[in-house]
Design a protein around this ligand. Structure first.
Ligand code: ADP
Length: 244
């Protein structure tokens, strides 16, 4: 919650980690790093370290969950016990169950689910280290893992949050900004279709601030989308080089 004396922006207008308000954290993305999964991706966004892995499309177990006209997408978001400063119980928390649903719903619109009736795809997200904005970084990585698995997709999904710290609208909040800032607005975007698949808000913003935060988050999503495409290309350039 907001605390008046907490100065998250210094006199030069810079944030605790030296970023400008509209600056993303440094991002590193790798695609196809797990050989046993059908598709995988790894993302580092600031101190966040997150792995996403995909299995499928495959027959649904238990069978009664299968749908006759479309594939089902299942998602498990999980934080490793060592991902935060105080050991987290490995059992799924309410927050992890909610985030699993949020991530699934942000990915579903991007997939041609009707192409594979009676099948399922399982998306596993493992947060190895958390520092704010993990739902967004998880969506960014999981979309790439789906593409890596060769799942037919309408578009990639790129996600990023914006929010308010002190009295400034900022992009890509890290943990401290998330916890003692005033608001957090995570957004996921299918950039080619220009369609939003996730929009949440935690905290209080005026209408004007909300619009500014959403537009800033969308800008962040578009920058992350460019990095996603580079990461996908990098994997296939490597494959080509190995074959030659
Ligand atoms: P998001 O990671 O998408 O921003 P939240 O807003 O729920 O999701 O969480 C913000 C941050 O709080 C997380 O990224 C993580 O750094 C921290 N956090 C979440 N759960 C725990 C926990 N059990 N113990 C310590 N820190 C946590």
């Amino acid at each position: 919650m907001s605390q008046k004396n907490n100065k998250l922006i210094d006199k030069k207008g810079l944030r605790l980690d030296g970023r400008k308000p509209d600056e993303l954290r440094p991002i590193k993305i790798e695609v196809g790093i797990l050989s046993n999964a059908d598709g995988s991706a790894y993302i580092e966004q600031g101190k966040n370290k997150i792995l996403a892995a995909i299995y499928g499309p495959k027959e649904v177990h238990p069978k009664h969950l299968a749908l006759p006209d479309r594939m089902i997408l299942r998602c498990r978001y999980h934080m490793a016990p060592f991902s935060v400063q105080e050991r987290k119980s490995p059992a799924p928390s309410r927050r992890e169950i909610e985030l699993s649903k949020v991530i699934r719903e942000a990915l579903e619109p991007a997939i041609f689910l009707e192409y594979y009736p009676r099948t399922s795809i399982d998306v596993f997200v493992e947060v190895l280290q958390a520092d704010g904005g993990t739902r967004c970084a998880s969506i960014t990585a999981a979309a790439l893992a789906l593409a890596d698995a060769g799942i037919p997709m309408k578009d990639l999904v790129a996600a990023c949050a914006a929010g308010k710290v002190d009295d400034t609208i900022v992009l890509d909040l890290m943990d401290t900004e998330d916890k003692i800032g005033k608001a957090d607005v995570p957004v996921a975007l299918m950039p080619n279709l220009n369609a939003i698949t996730l929009l949440q808000m935690d905290g209080i913003l005026s209408l004007e601030e909300f619009e500014k935060a959403v537009n800033l988050a969308l800008e962040g999503c578009r920058k992350i989308y460019a990095m996603q495409k580079e990461a996908l290309k990098a994997k296939y350039v490597n494959v080509k080089e190995v074959e030659e």
